[in-house]
Design a protein around this ligand. Structure first.
Ligand SMILES: [Zn+2]
Length: 310
């Protein structure tokens, strides 16, 4: 199943590199001013900045409170024209973070980033002044134009791989970075995957847990009971683990169709993440674009792709 997922994603990664949709020069120069609004962020202020290693600037950025999406009026969330007009925020998608072995295929290596390469990519982002943002911040920005920290970037991790906890988590901590983990619940507790306590810890530490279905089936093929198996039950599992509402979804393989939007909406999701494909022009919040940060990319290549793809 995993190999199939990697192969199917390979085609999409190529698309990511070729993407020539909107650019976001403006997003990169967005004001650093932190908007003060009602505190509804899932980041616990009591734990913010206690790692001792986070830089001052990133502490400030991570402390930016974001309103809960439910507090934003439908006139804003339904205004596709306004949402599409705002420069996209670069969003990176990672899978496995480990050194390559002889068994890894050429295509698989787009989804397996060697540890040193991952560390170099994170260091480049920090050295270049990028600040990580979380989905509620992005949602407020896209729907209301709320300010983001300077040079915003979102880091997302799909598929529940253990190395996201053991390798990525401490690396992100060095820079005060927070991320989004899209969990495939069938894998929880299996060898080489994260456990429920790890997912809870990530959530408690101010990261966001999103849904990535039960076992990675293509959303375009769901019928009837599939919505219960792939969406309802995993959402309940993740809400039981984190004690928080699960509001964000990532499509397996990045694949979506418009029929999925009402199904996700009526289940409480406020936005969904795809891959490099063009956004839906009516429901852009349900096709937020990401690019897969390839294991082949040097920090410089990553930086070029961030600029060119968003
Ligand atoms: Zn996936």
């Amino acid at each position: 199943m995993k190999t199939t997922a990697l192969l199917l994603l390979a085609a999409l990664a190529t698309a990511a590199c070729d993407s020539k949709t909107a650019t976001t020069g403006e997003a990169a120069t967005a004001s650093k001013t932190v908007e003060v609004t009602t505190e509804t962020s899932t980041t616990d202020p009591g734990t913010a900045g206690t790692s001792g290693t986070a830089a001052t600037a990133t502490d400030e950025a991570n402390a930016a409170p974001a309103p809960d999406p439910s507090s934003i009026p439908a006139t804003k969330t339904g205004d596709a024209t306004a949402i599409l007009a705002r420069p996209q925020v670069p969003i990176l998608c990672y899978h496995q973070i480990r050194d390559w072995t002889g068994r890894d295929s050429k295509n698989a290596k787009d989804y397996i980033i060697p540890i040193a390469a991952f560390k170099a990519q994170m260091k480049m982002l920090a050295d270049s002044g990028y600040h990580t943002v979380l989905p509620d911040q992005l949602f407020a920005y896209l729907t209301t134009g709320a300010k983001l920290p300077s040079k915003p970037v979102m880091l997302t991790f799909d598929d529940t791989d253990l190395d996201q906890f053991t390798i990525a988590r401490p690396e992100l901590e060095k820079y005060g970075y927070k991320a989004v983990y899209f969990v495939m619940t069938v894998s929880l507790g299996r060898p080489h995957y994260m456990t429920k306590p790890m997912v809870k810890q990530l959530s408690d530490e101010g990261n966001i847990i999103g849904s990535h279905t039960w076992d990675h089936h293509n959303v375009k093929k769901y019928q009837g009971q599939d919505w219960v198996t792939q969406i309802d039950k995993p959402t309940k599992t993740l809400e039981d683990i984190t004690g928080k509402k699960i509001k964000y979804f990532a499509y397996p393989f990045g694949l979506w169709n418009t029929q999925a939007f009402p199904e996700l909406k009526k289940r409480g999701f406020v936005a969904a993440f795809s891959l490099a494909e063009k956004r839906d022009q009516t429901d852009p919040l349900f096709t937020i674009r990401r690019i897969i940060a390839s294991g082949y990319w040097s920090p410089k290549t990553l930086r070029n792709n961030i600029v060119q793809s968003f």
